[in-house]
Design a protein. Structure first.
Length: 203
């Protein structure tokens, strides 16, 4: 029988579990980014339209789910920025601007992603280290890619890593101020400032 084999209406048990996980991650993003809603497992399950039994099918607890949200956002930022740079051609300044522009565009398309990954995650003690790890990973990638695009020009790899940390740390603060309304700027102004900063650090 189909039910005994784990297949229901042409969808396997594994596929159904994967779909429920996606629903939980999407729901967690919505709840976590809402300043008027307390982020709890109950709130996430209600948003996803799933019972707590299905929650534990995919996650050991709320912190594990929120970390999964952060990981997916970080992966999307990295993939989107790299793809944009690749499409921009060989000119280094164009690649830098395209990469940063793709990141800013991602925040405009869904501001919740920047808010939870950069701003809200600081308020969750068990996620602070993961936030730090992700920012340092992005800083390392910035160092590698900028060295590839601009060349070393006598800089050591340690100098490049230092510049990467300065850039990503500054971007995190810039995005925080932009998202919370402290800084009034257009997307183009953000991209211009960040591009000048990155190029200045490596030249």
């Amino acid at each position: 029988m189909a039910v005994q084999s784990g297949v229901y209406r042409g969808v396997s048990a594994v596929e159904r579990a994967a779909a429920r996980r996606v629903r939980l991650v999407d729901a967690a993003l919505a709840v976590w980014a809402d300043p008027d809603t307390r982020t709890t497992m109950t709130a996430v399950c209600a948003e996803a339209g799933l019972s707590e039994r299905y929650f534990y099918e995919s996650f050991s607890g709320l912190d594990a789910l929120l970390e999964a949200v952060m990981n997916e956002i970080a992966a999307e930022i990295e993939e989107t920025s790299r793809h944009a740079a690749e499409q921009a051609g060989e000119e280094p300044e164009a690649r830098v601007r395209a990469s940063i522009g793709a990141f800013v565009g991602l925040l405009i398309e869904d501001p919740r992603k920047g808010r939870v990954a950069i701003v809200e995650s600081v308020a969750v003690p068990k996620l602070r280290q993961r936030r730090t790890d992700l920012l340092r990973h992005l800083a390392h990638q910035a160092a590698i890619e900028t060295r590839e695009w601009l060349g070393s020009s006598g800089r050591s790899e340690n100098e490049d890593e230092t510049a990467g940390l300065l850039f990503i740390g500054g971007m995190a603060e810039l995005v925080t101020a932009w998202l919370d309304g402290t800084l009034t700027a257009t997307a183009d102004e953000i991209v211009d400032a960040a591009s000048r900063a990155l190029l200045g650090l490596y030249r």
